[in-house]
Design a protein around this ligand. Sequence first.
Ligand code: ARG
Ligand code: ZN
Length: 489
Amino acid sequence: MIQRNRTGTAAALVALALLAGGCTGATGGVRGTPGAAGLRDPYFPKLGNGGYDVGHYALSLAYDPRTGRLDGTAEITARATQDLSAFNLDLAGLTVAAATVDGAPAAHNRAGNELTLRPHDEIPEGAEFEATVTYTGVPEPITDADGSEEGWLRTDGGAVAVGEPQGSMTWFPGNHHPSDKAAYDITLTVPAGLDAFSNGVRTERRTAADGRVTTVWHAAEPMASYLATVAIGRFETGTATAPLGADADADSSASASASARASVSADAGSVPVLTAAEPAVAASSAALRGEIPTILGRQADRFGPYPFSAAGAIVMKDGPLGYALETQTRPVFPAASFDRATLVHELAHQWFGNSVTPAGWRDLWLNEGFATYAEWLYAEEYENVPARTRFATAFAQDANWAFPPADPPAAENLFDPPVYQRGAMVLHKLRETVGDRVFDEILRGWLAKYRHANATTDDFTAYAESVAGKDLDGLWDVWLYGDGKPEKP
Ligand code: ARG
Ligand code: ZN
C-alpha cells in the first residue's frame, strides 16, 4: 500500500525538461519529489514511508550485552513507486554513521523517528535501488500507548527484540508499516559463549578467532517488519521436523470434523522446527516445545499448508518481555506465558497475521480475532471444549463490548479484549450463519487467496460473502461494527 506522491507540478517540470532537451544521463529527465514521511495509518500516521516498496532487508548486527551497544548495517533493496528526490526510513534513537544509495554517499538527516536519505542521483519511478545505512548506539525500547514495552529489550545477559506494533524501528531503519512486507537476511554477531536466534532458517554459524559467534538467518517468505525478532543470550535448543506441506486445495471441501479431513502426508514436504529456550526455562518448556510439530500439523489440516519454510519458538525466562509475540516462523514467549493455549494462538498467527497480514493497524482483528478463534477451534477439536462454550463465556464479559473489533478507538486500544474476544465472536457467528462446511471453506480460501499478502476487513467480509453466496450485512453490522452488546447471543 504505497502512497503515490507525484504531483502535477512535478510532471509538468519533467515535460518542460524534456521539451528543453537539456538533460542527459539516466535520471537527467527526472524531477522527483520526496517520498511521504508516513503512510497515514490512523493509529500511527508516521509509521511507514511513501515512494518505495522494500523487497529485501539484509541486516548485519553486532551486539555486546555488557554495554548494550548495537552496531548495525542495513542494506535495503527497494523499488521506487514514484520519481524520488529523497525518501524516509523509520528509525528511533541510535546514530547514523553513513548512508549510501546505489553505492554513492547519500545525505542523511534525522527528525524524530524519521531518517531522510537524499540520494546523489534522483531515482526514477520503477527503478530498483539499494540503500545502505550504517548505525550504532544503545537501542532504547518504546513504551507503547497501552503501556507495554517493545523494541530492543535488554535481558539478563542478552537481549530480545519484538516489534508489534512500532518497536522494530528501535533496532533497524526500515519501512515500518505492515503493508510493506519483504524478505530478510539477518546476520548476528555476539560475544564468545553467547548465541543468537532470529526468524527463518539458520544458514551459517561460525566462530571467529576472537571467539565471537556469528549466525546468519534467512527468512525467505515476505515478512512485515513488526514480525522480525532477535534473541541473544545463552540458550538450549530443540530440533524436530514437521510434515506440513499439504496441498492447498487437497481437502478444501472436507467437513469440519477432524476425522473427515485427510491428515497431512509426510511426502508433501516438511518444515524444520528449531526451538531455543534460556537455560533456566529449558527443562520446564521442553515438553510443550516438543508439541509444536503436532500442533502445527493439526492447524495445517484445518487451515491449509503451513506458509513458511521454518518453524519453532523462543522461550525467555521472565524479564522485560511482558507478552508473547507471533514473530515470523519463531514466536517468542516469556516463560510465564508459555502454555498450550498461548502456543496454539501464536502458531495460528503464522497463518492469520503473518502470511495474511493486515493492510493497516485498524484491521488487527484479522490477526487477533482469528488467532483467538483458532484457540477455540483447537480446544473444541482436541480438548473437548465446544467453541459455543467459549463464545458464551466471552459474550458474558463486559470488557469484550467496549468497542467494535473492526474499529478500535485509539492506538492504546489495539490489543484490548474486543479485538481478541469479540473478534473471535464475529467468526463464531459467521460459522453459525453459514454452517461448518462453508466456514472451513472460507478460512482456507481466505488464507489461500491472500497468502503472503495484505488484506483489509472489507476484503474479508467480501470474500466470506462470495463463498457463502449471500449478503451478510446483518451479521457484520451487529457483530463486527455495532456499538455495544446485542440483546441475544
Ligand atoms: N500479537 C500479540 C499476541 O496477541 C500481542 C502483542 C501485544 N503488544 C503490545 N504492544 N501490546 O499474541
Ligand atoms: Zn495474538
